[in-house]
Write a protein that binds this ligand. Sequence first.
Ligand code: FE2
Ligand code: FE2
Length: 187
Amino acid sequence: MDAVTLLTNDHDKVRRLFRDFETAEEAEDSARQETIAEQILHELEVHTSIEEEILYPAAGELSEETRKLMLEGVEEHHVVDTLMSEISDLGPDDEAFAAKMTVLIENVEHHAEEEESELFPKLREELGDAALKRLGTELAAAKERHEAGAATDGRSRDELYSLAQERDLPGRSSMTKEELAEALEDQ
Ligand SMILES: [Fe+2]
Ligand SMILES: [Fe+2]
């Protein structure tokens, strides 16, 4: 899959989650809002990380105009990151939670739309099909790495140990928490 298709699919997935969140909000279903908000934060964290690691540096090597679009993207990610870290500290019953989620959704929708209408067409034009495909492969690998990282983040040694047991990880009983996390991510 080429880089632009992969990232556009990610955008579409997040847009669907935004609509689900709004439906849960209208229904005043706070448990569902919390679950969907967690999914949104997870998807956005992985997506912005792989863009910053792989796509943006590649865009920075291209024309002056593309570099400018990329730099704007970095600043928009920065705003999104700040909102995400504030939201993750709040529960859905907090008064500011819904307001921050609304602003997050507005910001991400604007940013994704700008990438799709300005940055991505530039990448397609300046990189060409083969390079876009190579970048797509790198993005997919980075995505897998981040997903694996997210699965072990914030877990205790006991939790990691049971995960290792489930997956029949060799040598698990003598591993420290960090070694377990690393071995599980590498699996
Ligand atoms: Fe982005
Ligand atoms: Fe994006």
